[in-house]
Every structure is written in C-alpha cells, then in structure tokens.
Design a protein around this ligand. Structure first.
Ligand SMILES: *[C@@H]1O[C@H](CO)[C@@H](O)[C@H](O)[C@H]1NC(C)=O
Ligand SMILES: *[C@@H]1O[C@H](CO)[C@@H](O)[C@H](O)[C@H]1NC(C)=O
Ligand SMILES: *[C@@H]1O[C@H](CO)[C@@H](O)[C@H](O)[C@H]1NC(C)=O
Ligand SMILES: *[C@@H]1O[C@H](CO)[C@@H](O)[C@H](O)[C@H]1NC(C)=O
Ligand SMILES: *[C@@H]1O[C@H](CO)[C@@H](O)[C@H](O)[C@H]1NC(C)=O
Ligand SMILES: *[C@@H]1O[C@H](CO)[C@@H](O)[C@H](O)[C@H]1NC(C)=O
Ligand SMILES: *[C@@H]1O[C@H](CO)[C@@H](O)[C@H](O)[C@H]1NC(C)=O
Ligand SMILES: *[C@@H]1O[C@H](CO)[C@@H](O)[C@H](O)[C@H]1NC(C)=O
Ligand SMILES: *[C@@H]1O[C@H](CO)[C@@H](O)[C@H](O)[C@H]1NC(C)=O
Ligand SMILES: *[C@@H]1O[C@H](CO)[C@@H](O)[C@H](O)[C@H]1NC(C)=O
Length: 346
C-alpha cells in the first residue's frame, strides 16, 4: 500500500511540475497568456497534442496578438539570440510573469530536472526551428506559407539560444513578416507533443531580393539506426525550402509518424544545423521528385555559397550508382554529428 501511495504521489508530482518550454519575446502571440486565460492550460509552454487546427495553430493565440511595435529583428547574414524557457519568469520578460523573477542564468527550467525540457542529456537533443512567412498579416498565413530558415540542433539546452539568419533573406513586405518557433522533443523523454509559438519578425540588412521558394513537406531521409536504417537515403530528402513539421494533432498534420518515431529538426529530415541557405527560388537549377532511387538536385553554383548539402555540390550525383551514401560526408547521421561535443556538467 505504501509503495502504491508513493508511486501515485510520484506520478502526480511529475504531472504537477510538468511545464515544458517556449520561445519568449514581447513580439509573440500569447505573451501574457497564463494558466487561467483559457479553460485549459494554454500557456505558450503548454504542449500541443491531438488538438484541432484552431487549438494548435499559433497555439490558439491569434486573439492575443503582440503590440504592433514589438517586432523581433532578424539580421540577414547575422545571428538572432532567442530566449527559450519553461517559465516566462526565467526570461528577461519576468516582469509580466505571475510568479515574478525566477531567472537562473542560462538555465532553461530553473529548479526542475532536465527531463522537464525533454531530453536525457546533450546527446539526446533533437533541435528546434524558426520559420518565416512573407506576410505581415498573420490571419492570412496558412501552414504551407511557413519556411524553416534556421535550425539549432542543440536546442533546447540553454535559455539563450542563437539562430543563424541566411544572408540572402529578402526584406519583409510592409516591414513585417510572420515567424514561428517550432520544437519536437526526443521520444525518450515524455509524451509526444509539438510546440509552436508565433511572433512578429522583420529581416534587416537585406541585400538580396530573390524570394523564398515554395516550401515543401520535409521527408525522413537521414540515417535512422533506431529503426534499422544505418545509412542515409540522401536522394529521398526534400531539398530547398521546407515547411515545419506539423505532427501529432487531431487535424491538418503533414507528418504521420507514430509516437515512438517523431520527426525532428535534424539531419534526419535534412534540416542542417544553422542557416538554411538553400531556400530561395534560384538556389537549385533542378530538384528531382525525391525518392530512394531518384537523382540528386543540381545546385545553382552562382548562389550556392553557404549551402551545406549532404551530396557532392559539383554537379548531378547519380544516386543509382552511389546508393545514396556519399563518401566523405558524415553529415547525415540522425544526431547531426553532435556526439563529440561536451555536454558540460548537466
Ligand atoms: C484525440 O482526441 C479524440 C477526441 O477527443 C480522442 O477520441 C482520441 O482518443 C485522442 N487521440 C489521442 C491519440 O490522444
Ligand atoms: C503584457 O502585460 C504587461 C504587464 O501587464 C503589459 O505592460 C503589456 O502591454 C502586455 N502585453 C500585451 C501584448 O498584452
Ligand atoms: C488581414 O487579413 C484579414 C483576413 O484576410 C483581413 O480581414 C484584414 O483586414 C487584414 N488586415 C490588414 C491590416 O490588412
Ligand atoms: C545554438 O545555440 C547555442 C546557444 O546559444 C549556440 O552556442 C550555438 O552556436 C547555436 N547553434 C547554431 C548552429 O546556431
Ligand atoms: C524592418 O526592416 C526594414 C529594413 O531594415 C526597415 O525599413 C523597417 O522599418 C523594419 N520594420 C520594423 C517594424 O522594424
Ligand atoms: C523516404 O521518405 C519517406 C517520407 O518521409 C519515408 O516514409 C521513407 O521511409 C523514406 N525512405 C527512405 C529509404 O529513407
Ligand atoms: C485543415 O484541414 C481541413 C481538412 O482537411 C481543410 O479543409 C482545411 O483547409 C485545412 N486548413 C488549413 C488552414 O490548411
Ligand atoms: C544514373 O546512371 C545510370 C547508369 O549510368 C543512368 O542510366 C541514369 O540515367 C543516371 N541517372 C541520372 C539521374 O543521372
Ligand atoms: C542562378 O542564380 C542567378 C542569381 O539569382 C540567376 O541569375 C541565374 O539565372 C540562376 N541560374 C539558373 C540556371 O537558374
Ligand atoms: C559518422 O557518424 C557516426 C555517428 O555519429 C559515427 O559513429 C561514425 O564514426 C562517423 N564516421 C566518420 C567517418 O566520421
């Protein structure tokens, strides 16, 4: 009996402290949404699982817009520093958090075990992404409009998380775009969920006017050893502009993987770490329809600087004669090659 009571206590305690994570900035929709704003806990950090479209899209926060002057600036060719946390009170924006200032340096979830941000450790991180829609009117944006322009594969690990902004990002219409932060954590650490926090953004210092290409649905093409796939199938990847991973909701999913095989913002879905430099209309001369037996895309060498593709960039590599595994390239391991980094003292 005592064991059972202890067990029940432990389970309910875990559920009580469960708080997950979100991007925080005054430019976001839902900046002041608390656990009491909705009939259910719909704080930005609350995970999105099995929700209707209206519930998960913009985290159901479209009626909680930011002030029009609060805009997150994205310097073309530079880095943008975001704050990601389990608690608004642990960010620079603690002043409007119900619990006040609970900041602890770079700690994502002060006073909580790392399982709270859904990882068993640094090697188990699965990345998060920033996506952009070139429309200043958020109520017109639909899921296909978002293009992932930057990935941090070592997210969520530190409160301050940097994202590289592609150098060729064009200006936003009316000086404003619509952005969103997306995250799907490892299957090792808790129930499966999707995260989406949207915000007003703007590209500064643009030097190119070439628009983004129409974003396509990402494909599971990297090495997937947990599921018996030792080698990447590089011709099976989606190349160029890719949509975010819309997964595990009751409606409007584009990804249909099960609970134990989540899609991730890693090489597994051809999301390179850092700036996604191949997302523009002129990035490729040709992109064949992806499949395990397709040929590889042909990059436009004139504008291919900074493009980090896992196939040889000097022309049309023939997939049928190379089995899709490019020698010398090891960038398609599902962990993004991060295993050598020191995880620190966590
Ligand atoms: C999703 O929600 C529906 C309706 O509430 C429910 O019938 C279904 O079991 C849920 N599915 C999952 C996977 O939780
Ligand atoms: C959020 O709350 C703070 C403090 O009450 C207020 O100053 C700010 O205007 C609010 N922001 C939004 C977008 O509602
Ligand atoms: C934004 O789009 C909605 C839906 O199309 C429209 O009703 C609204 O007038 C637009 N707002 C602006 C400022 O253009
Ligand atoms: C990811 O964020 C960390 C922490 O800010 C930073 O050190 C790292 O350089 C970022 N990675 C990329 C690819 O931008
Ligand atoms: C967006 O950036 C452009 C180019 O730097 C600038 O002209 C515009 O004022 C910015 N818009 C906002 C809302 O900051
Ligand atoms: C190719 O991509 C599809 C779509 O993501 C996936 O279902 C399939 O398993 C992949 N096949 C290989 C060999 O990578
Ligand atoms: C969501 O899915 C429904 C049913 O397939 C579809 O009718 C609707 O247009 C979709 N909504 C968006 C915004 O894509
Ligand atoms: C690949 O090589 C085979 C045999 O050399 C050839 O028949 C095929 O057309 C090539 N495919 C592409 C996409 O270049
Ligand atoms: C390559 O990019 C340049 C710069 O945008 C463009 O002028 C050229 O037409 C592109 N080449 C091809 C073959 O698309
Ligand atoms: C490639 O990556 C895998 C997984 O990270 C690693 O075990 C292997 O040693 C790497 N191979 C090379 C040649 O770097």
């Amino acid at each position: 009996m005592i064991f059972l009571a202890l067990f029940v206590f432990t389970i309910s305690f875990i559920q009580q402290v469960a708080s997950h994570a979100s991007f925080f900035h005054p430019s976001m929709w839902g900046f002041n949404v608390t656990a009491q704003t909705f009939p259910y806990d719909n704080r930005p950090v609350a995970p999105l699982t099995n929700y209707t479209f209206d519930e998960w899209w913009f985290h159901g926060h479209l009626d909680f817009p930011p002030h029009s002057t609060d805009v997150f600036q994205l310097p073309a060719g530079g880095r943008a520093t975001t704050e990601i946390s389990c608690d608004k009170g642990a960010t620079s924006f603690f002043a409007s958090s119900p619990g006040g200032d609970v900041r602890q340096g770079d700690n994502v979830c002060p006073n909580q075990p790392i399982a709270e941000f859904h990882t068993t450790g640094f090697d188990d991180l699965k990345g998060c992404a920033l996506a952009i829609a070139y429309n200043s009117n958020a109520s017109e944006v639909v899921p296909e409009d978002f293009t992932v322009f930057s990935v941090n594969q070592t997210c969520v690990w530190t409160r301050f998380t940097d994202f590289e902004v592609p150098e060729r990002m064009p200006e936003c219409p009316n000086g404003m775009c619509t952005c969103a932060w997306f995250w799907i954590h490892s299957a090792d650490s808790g129930g499966e969920q999707n995260y989406m926090t949207s915000f007003q953004c703007n590209v500064t210092g643009a030097t190119s006017a070439v628009p983004l290409a129409k974003a396509q649905v990402p494909r599971r093409c990297g090495a997937d050893p947990e599921f018996g796939k030792e080698l990447a199938s590089l011709s099976n990847c989606t190349y160029g502009a890719k949509q975010p991973l819309y997964w595990f909701q009751a409606e409007n999913n584009t990804m249909f993987e099960g609970a134990h095989a989540p899609p991730f913002y890693t090489d597994l879905y051809n999301f390179v770490d850092g700036a996604q430099n191949d997302i523009f209309e002129d990035s490729y001369i040709q992109i064949p329809t992806p499949s395990p037996v397709a040929g590889f895309p042909v990059l436009n060498e004139t504008v291919a600087f900074g493009v980090d593709v896992p196939f040889a960039s000097s022309g049309n590599v023939n997939a049928s004669s190379s089995t899709g595994s490019v020698s010398g390239s090891n960038s398609s391991s599902s962990d993004g090659g991060l295993t050598d980094l020191d995880a620190g003292a966590w």
